[in-house]
Ligand binder design. Structure first.
Ligand code: IMP
Ligand code: MG
Length: 187
């Protein structure tokens, strides 16, 4: 699988260090607040599981399934809920845990639908932030790394459901994207 990688953007060690820092910051802010972490499926799962194990405070978890990408590497802006939350978030201190904020469309939509459910507070934490690609301004209270305008995979992030299990953040060889898109178009 790693033969498809063109370059590593963020190493395992760098991720580990930064995730620990984020966990410390979040733990400080939410210490007495029993935060409710809402993990956005599926991309944020790897980040979430590492993040919470560095947090020594009481917290609860839930998962929200959404899909915003087809086989292309550009955002469609079309978001579909594939799995709703199991628990009410009313009067809870909710922290959305995302893999990446790119155009900002997904997080904007998430903030809208979740704030309608009357949480006590609502903030967002993303591992990656592609500020340069924003189509809409949206607050991201915590993020791990700002990255350039490149499509990345690994540490939970996929391309056509593959590469989520890579332990680092990386960029694929251009021929991989082309081949996958061609395969999709033939279907
Ligand atoms: P946005 O709505 O454009 O901000 O996109 C957010 C979602 O698109 C993320 O949660 C990811 O699932 C996906 N996404 C955006 N950029 C990338 C990328 O570089 N690699 C993999 N997935 C991405
Ligand atoms: Mg995602």
């Amino acid at each position: 699988m790693d033969k498809d990688i063109q370059k590593i953007l963020i190493t395992e060690e760098e991720i580990k260090k930064r995730v620990r820092e984020l966990a410390e910051d979040i733990s400080k802010e939410y210490k007495e607040m029993f935060p409710h972490l809402v993990c956005i499926l599926k991309g944020a799962t790897v980040f979430l599981t590492d993040l919470i194990r560095e947090m020594n405070i009481y917290l609860s978890l839930d998962y929200l399934g959404i899909s915003s990408y087809g086989a292309s590497t550009k955002s469609s802006g079309i978001i579909k809920i594939t799995k709703d939350l199991d628990h009410s978030i009313e009067d809870r201190n909710v922290l959305i845990v995302e893999d990446i904020v790119d155009t900002g469309l997904t997080l904007t939509y998430l903030r809208e639908i979740l704030s309608a459910r009357k949480p006590l507070s609502l903030k967002a934490c993303a591992l990656l932030n592609k500020k340069i690609r924003r189509k809409i301004e949206v607050p991201v209270e915590y993020y791990g790394f700002e990255i350039p305008d490149e499509f990345v995979v690994g540490y939970g992030l996929d391309f056509n459901e593959k590469y989520r299990n890579l332990p680092y953040i990386s960029v694929l060889k251009p021929e991989i994207y082309m081949y996958e898109v061609m395969k999709y178009e033939k279907k």
